[in-house]
Design a protein around this ligand. Structure first.
Ligand SMILES: Cc1ncc(COP(=O)(O)O)c(C=O)c1O
Length: 322
């Protein structure tokens, strides 16, 4: 199910990471699910969510999509692209003051002609409130906005990742032992749990990148809501969120993240992003090193995209690093 608007290029490939396993001197089978290749405006995990959300917006007769995030939000960029693809406007509530330089995702938001509304708080709850206020303002002006929470983590957005498990199951002989994924809003993690259902052996390691403070509570709630929406059995997996790889905070590049990005790039030619998937990869390396993920296990590393944020950073450390 890819929505009427046909926004995401699916299925995304699953690839082996044998060179990475060799480099890390592990017997563990490492696979990557290439959701960086979903296509829409440079791709990423949000394209799956937007495929369903855009369809819902059409069903509700919306005339614009409204969402928000930090100034380098991948979700905002993909929402802006989805809106265009279905012929609507997009309004974005972006945290903090207006920026002098529009680079990375912000440049793409501009290119896509999104209406940028800066000035609100730039913490998670502040941005959620700013999205609601923006939608209310538009409604008062006679518009028909379709509001999407931070990260696209509404029940419908989350359900998109339950469907991604159906897709993965078509691609693998059996469920993997582990899936490793970055947790921003937690919607992707929650959807994966909803898709795995009640009797899968798979453990999902969600890696907190510092977007929201309530992942431990919200991931199971979102997973339950998505499984109910899809009419599936409630997931019974333990919710596993790694809070140890946030580094200095959301969007702050850590040495471990940079190191993981370098290894993925130089060993597999695969580009991770500095805010989400780099930190998820760092957490996977830790779990392989400390034996939490064992030699007989199979791991799917869920690559979630986000590369535009690379072009909003200065990387002296990449150039000077090993
Ligand atoms: C590149 C990338 N990876 C991972 C995530 C996390 O996804 P979720 O918000 O569903 O937890 C995001 C969210 O913005 C993202 O942009």
């Amino acid at each position: 199910m890819n929505g009427r608007a046909d926004l995401a290029i699916l299925p995304t490939p699953v690839q082996r990471l044998d060179r990475l396993a060799e480099h890390l001197e592990t017997q563990t089978t490492l696979l990557v699910k290439r959701d960086d290749l979903t296509g829409l405006a440079l791709g990423g995990n949000k394209a799956r969510k937007l495929a369903l959300l855009a369809e819902d917006a059409i069903t509700h007769g919306a005339d614009c999509l409204v969402t928000g995030g930090g100034p380098q939000s991948n979700h905002a960029r993909i929402t802006a692209a989805a809106a265009r693809r279905i012929g609507l406007e997009c309004h974005l509530a972006l945290g903090g003051p207006p920026r002098d330089v529009h680079d990375g995702n912000l440049l793409l938001d501009e290119l896509l002609g999104a209406h940028l509304h800066f000035g609100g708080a730039d913490d998670y709850y502040g941005i959620e409130a700013a999205i609601d206020e923006l939608a209310t303002r538009l409604r008062e002006q006679g518009r028909a906005p379709y509001a999407i929470p931070v990260g696209g983590a509404s029940t419908i957005g989350v359900a998109a990742y339950a469907l991604a498990i159906d897709e993965l199951r078509e691609q693998l002989d059996r469920d993997p032992d582990w899936i490793v994924v970055a947790d921003g809003s937690g919607g992707t993690h929650a959807g994966l749990l909803a898709g795995l259902g009640e009797d899968s052996p798979t453990r999902v390691l969600g890696v907190d990148v510092g977007t929201r403070p309530d992942l431990d509570e919200r991931v199971p709630e979102l997973a339950l809501a998505a499984s109910q929406y899809l009419g599936r059995a409630a997931p019974n997996a333990t919710v596993d969120v790694d809070h140890r790889h946030i580094g200095g905070g959301y969007g702050e590049l850590s040495d471990a993240c940079l190191n993981a990005m370098r290894i993925f790039a130089r060993i597999e030619g695969l580009i991770l992003d500095p805010v989400y998937s780099g930190k998820a990869a760092a957490a996977m390396f830790t779990a392989l090193r400390d034996g939490r993920i064992g030699p007989d296990d199979t791991v799917v590393f869920w690559a979630t995209g986000g590369s535009p944020a690379l072009f909003a950073h200065r990387y002296e450390a990449v150039i000077s690093g090993p």
